[in-house]
Design a protein around this ligand. Structure first.
Ligand SMILES: *Cc1c(COP(=O)(O)O)cnc(C)c1O
Length: 481
């Protein structure tokens, strides 16, 4: 016994170092705050993209003894923050931009300090009530009934996976039916959907690509015909995945028509609105987006359309019972965690048990700023894309795709005597390496297009002007060679 007590005294002295006193906490926090301020205040001065010039010596100095706070921050700055893309910058106008609201980071800080167990109502009724209320807020936003349930996920990909697993079970696609079953998608669908289909054990089903109209939207006539042909041939159509805002072109599929077909043919309709869904909060978006409430399940990405730090997705299921049936489970060691009349727990609606308390990072900015600036920022993004489109149309040499439906524009430069695909790839590489603005490229029907995707809350008119200046300068320079 004495030996044990002696040993414990030694260990306690050392392990107590993990709970530093206020002065030491302040030291670390001040270093971090100082660097965060430097990052935020100098956002416009630093390149949006840095190629690594030399192979760095990534020296992770984990050792037995402490490293001074200053050195830790220095390491993060040089080796982690500096290289590559800066998605927090308003000059990141590519892929689907993120954001990183500071108020969201403060929510994360508190969530991590409290370390609330947000997976189970029993453990943290407040955290679970908060997350369920945020889900309810999203359900009301899109017009879902009270029967709807949902989950705050790590992102759109996991949200798509949860939606597709739910569709699979609700439509009773058991293993013997998989080979005969069919999923209908746009060729412009986000690849996380195909990935989710495979992970959900549906890898052997048929993924039928439906022909698009000239605005890159699913053609409902082709969809209806494909379903009829498949049924006649003995297949089991069970799921249509449509998009509110495709990644490539920002196209919005005709949801009411598709929902009509799904309801007649008894198919599950899943909408991937990871990029476009939150535009429904904006004045322009409301005019453009129609019928989201008709879907059986929906994916949203608060780390895109609500500008939150990465790690925030959401899935909503209209008949929440299906979501629960696919994801609940219990175990003997969890027997204390279920009480009568409990609010439903996130752990019963997702593959996760222990999870990050994501609700706080979403709550903090929504309350701190109020909704109005979110609505206006989203409207601003739509108008910025229109501004870019109209302005580039006037520049010689550029060919524009269809007018933007949301905030993505596709376009390319037509060089005087070079292969357009090779030229545009060279052009985008030059602009990216220059580090002033970050734009990206894609291939549509085999042709290289350049993309402008506006979604960062920090992107404003002068950044779009800068994009146009960069495009003109580099295109003219390359075309003169
Ligand atoms: C970004 C995106 C996804 C994937 O979401 P993550 O949050 O990156 O996992 C899915 N669908 C669409 C349309 C997207 O834009």
């Amino acid at each position: 016994m004495r030996q044990i007590i002696g040993k414990l005294a030694v260990l306690e002295k050392s392990s107590r170092k993990l709970e530093p006193p206020k002065a030491q906490r302040d030291l670390l926090l001040n270093e971090a705050l100082h660097y965060a301020d430097e990052f935020l205040d100098h956002m416009e001065d630093r390149p949006v993209y840095t190629t690594e010039v030399e192979a760095r010596n990534f020296n992770l100095f984990i050792q037995e003894t402490p490293t001074p706070a200053m050195d830790i921050i220095k390491f993060i700055k040089q080796e982690v923050d500096h290289p590559g893309l800066n998605p927090a910058s308003g000059r990141h106008i590519a892929y689907i931009p993120g954001g990183g609201l500071f108020a969201g980071a403060v929510g994360d800080y508190l969530a991590a300090v409290f370390n609330k167990y947000a997976g189970l109502y029993f453990a943290s009724p407040g955290a679970v009530r908060l997350e369920n209320s945020l889900i309810r807020w999203m359900c009301e936003m899109i017009g879902y009934p009270d029967s709807a349930l949902g989950n705050l996920t790590s992102g759109g990909s996991v949200a798509n996976l949860i939606g597709i697993v739910t569709a699979r079970d609700a439509m009773k696609i058991t293993s013997e039916k998989v080979k005969k079953s069919v999923v209908y998608v746009s060729p412009q669908i986000h690849h996380s959907v195909q990935k989710a289909v495979r992970i959900a054990g549906l890898g052997e089903c048929t993924i039928r690509m439906i022909e698009l109209d000239k605005h890159f939207r699913i053609n409902p006539v082709h969809l209806a015909n494909a379903i009829a042909a498949d049924k006649a041939a003995g297949f089991v159509p069970f799921l249509v995945v449509a998009s509110v805002g495709t990644t490539d072109t920002g196209a919005i599929d005709p949801i009411p028509d598709i929902a009509d077909i799904c309801s007649k043919e008894h198919l599950w309709l899943h909408i991937d609105a990871a990029y476009g869904g939150f535009f429904i909060l904006s004045e322009e978006g409301k005019k453009i987006i129609d019928g989201m409430h008709l879907a059986d399940s929906i994916v949203l990405d608060p780390h895109k359309g609500l500008f939150l730090p990465y790690g925030s997705g959401a899935v909503l299921v209209k008949n929440g019972k299906h979501l629960f049936d696919s994801h609940y489970y219990t175990a003997d060691y969890m027997q204390d965690s279920k009480r009568m009349n409990d609010e439903i727990s996130p752990a019963d609606l997702s593959p996760e048990l222990t999870k990050h308390f994501r609700g706080l990072r979403l709550l903090m900015p929504l309350l701190h700023f109020g909704l109005k600036p979110f609505r206006d920022a989203l409207d601003e993004k739509i108008w910025l894309a229109r501004y870019f489109y109209e302005k580039l149309k006037l520049v010689d040499g550029f060919e524009l795709g269809p007018p933007p439906q949301l905030s993505v524009v596709i376009y390319r430069y037509l060089p005087r005597n070079a292969d357009p695909d090779a030229f545009n790839l060279k052009l985008i590489a030059r602009i990216q390496n220059n580090g002033e603005v970050f734009l990206s490229s894609t291939r549509i029907h085999g042709t290289v297009y350049l993309r402008l995707a506006v979604l960062n809350f920090r992107t404003h008119k002068h950044h779009i002007d800068l994009c146009i200046e960069e495009l003109i300068a580099h295109a003219k320079c390359l075309d003169a060679v």
